[in-house]
Design a protein around this ligand. Structure first.
Ligand code: FE2
Ligand code: FE2
Length: 480
């Protein structure tokens, strides 16, 4: 394992210089990536100095460097966690075999599909968030947005490295295709639903980074168990960066809640009159992004999920802590509904339910997040609470997508749903209202009126720190 040269074109800890062909292939991909970044990355700000962290190693302490960087000069590196030469596959049909350093021929297609699906989400989110900088609620938030964006870019690099290194020509073609699909594009959309949904306001951004990046966390955790060792090691390191994205989301929503709760104490609780985001609107954003993210885990009863687990390619959350690792001779109980809303229990083989098993872990984690938000409300003396909608609510994938359910999971007729969906999901009017609150605040230490300042700054800097030094021309919209 070589030390990282921060100045390298592609900083890495995979001895890239020893594989000239691979290095050349990645250096050829780099300008295409940069073209994509300039076209689809943050609108404006490309010449500005942003206070960013850059991954420079995988050491638990000191893996990152902080400093003002122009985003196109960001060092998107390739980092894998250290290799354990004795590592054994610990689940599925290949349990007990030595972990694979090369792609096993029989699992090549499935593995490529897993890597491409994960990789596609990374540039997608950058595309979805590209206009938000223009209406940043503060420099602190602007910096966090760009931090998330450059790291999603690095995650794309991580997946492209695997494609280039282990999948030959079709891997290189898949890497090119990553730069060709576009979020929300009718002809060339990104692969997964939530990654084609628009993110036009910061409430959506904070919900996305809370719920959709958290889907990423669980997908990465499942891949970090993989029998294919390079995938396990790269996803382990990606999780280190991912934690910050979820922090940005969770604290972002908490800061909005704090401000809203403060406003609820004034002027008879008229939050709208004070230009804040009312609690029932925040709940609708939670419902929307949570349900879009719950969909990302895929079908409840899935032959692909069984294949990925059985082939030892994708494990469960913290697989090592479980007692049984083949997933055979066990079942999972699914609740199904017929066309008239009659409920029944369907017991399926556990391997087929692996998506649902991962979704269970995700939901448990999301419940903790909502609890922490409710503590924020309680601390502000507010008696209202947020909730997590039922997993059946507003689904576009899986067995619940065939019917309609309210936020508590109660079956609804189509007519009832049409009538009442505006109670649970943002209406056009809600979206327009929140979008109307968005404006750029760019004086260090100042914040938009609908969100409270954070408790502390980034990397021990003050909240007033100059997180972004920019050119006046970076903003198209008026700012304060
Ligand atoms: Fe990511
Ligand atoms: Fe992320």
């Amino acid at each position: 394992m070589s030390d990282v040269n921060y100045q390298d074109k592609i900083p890495n800890n995979v001895d890239l210089h020893q594989d000239r062909r691979l290095q050349r292939a990645l250096e050829e991909w780099l300008p295409n990536y940069l073209d994509w970044w300039m076209e689809m990355g943050p609108e404006g700000f490309q010449r500005d100095d942003i206070y960013l962290r850059t991954a420079v190693s995988v050491d638990a302490d000191g893996w990152a460097k902080f400093g003002h960087v122009k985003m196109p000069d960001y060092r998107w590196g390739i980092f894998l966690n250290p290799k354990d030469p004795d590592r054994k596959i610990h689940f599925g049909d290949h349990i007990g075999e030595a972990a694979w350093d090369q792609v096993p021929g029989e699992h090549r297609t499935a593995l490529r599909r897993l890597i491409v699906t994960q990789g596609d989400t990374e540039p997608a989110s950058v595309e979805q968030q590209r206009l938000l900088g223009q209406v940043c609620p503060s420099l602190y938030d602007l910096r966090n947005l760009f931090q998330v964006n450059v790291e999603e870019g690095r995650h794309l690099w991580a997946m492209v490295y695997l494609l280039h290194t282990y999948f030959g020509r079709d891997g290189r073609e898949e890497a090119e295709a990553m730069l060709e699909r576009r979020s929300g594009n009718a002809d060339h959309p990104r692969i997964l639903g939530a990654f084609n949904a628009p993110i036009d306001d910061w409430m959506s951004f904070f919900c996305f980074t809370t719920f959709t990046d958290r889907d990423g966390k669980y997908q990465l955790r499942a891949l970090a168990e993989s029998g294919f060792d390079p995938l396990a090691r790269t996803t382990q390191f990606m999780l280190t960066e991912e934690a910050h994205h979820m922090f940005v989301g969770q604290t972002g929503v908490a800061r909005i809640l704090k401000r809203t709760a403060e406003m609820m104490k004034n002027r008879g609780g008229d939050v709208r009159g004070q230009g804040g985001i009312p609690l029932d609107m925040i709940q609708k954003w939670v419902n929307l992004w949570y349900s879009l993210s719950v969909d990302l885990f895929g079908g409840e009863d899935s032959s692909n999920a069984a294949l990925f687990f059985g082939s030892s390619l994708k494990g469960r959350d913290r697989e090592a802590e479980l007692t049984e690792h083949t997933g055979l001779n066990e079942t999972y109980k699914l609740t199904r509904f017929d066309a008239n809303g009659r409920e029944s229990i369907d017991e399926i083989p556990l391997r087929r339910a692996m998506n649902e098993v991962l979704r269970d872990a995700y939901i448990e984690d999301c419940e903790k997040v909502v609890k922490s938000w409710n503590r924020t409300l309680a601390d502000e003396g507010c008696e209202s609470r947020l909730y997590l909608p039922n997993r059946r609510f507003h689904r576009a994938q899986g067995i619940y997508s065939e019917a309609r359910f309210d936020a508590t999971g109660r079956w609804l007729s189509d007519a009832e749903w049409e009538d009442r969906k505006g109670e649970w999901l943002p209406t056009q009017e809600d979206l327009a209202y929140v979008k109307g609150l968005m404006y750029a605040v760019t004086k260090p230490g100042e914040f938009a009126h609908w969100i409270a300042p954070p408790a502390r700054g980034i990397n021990n800097q003050s909240v007033e720190f100059d997180y972004a030094k920019f050119d006046a021309s970076s903003f198209h919209a008026p700012r304060t």
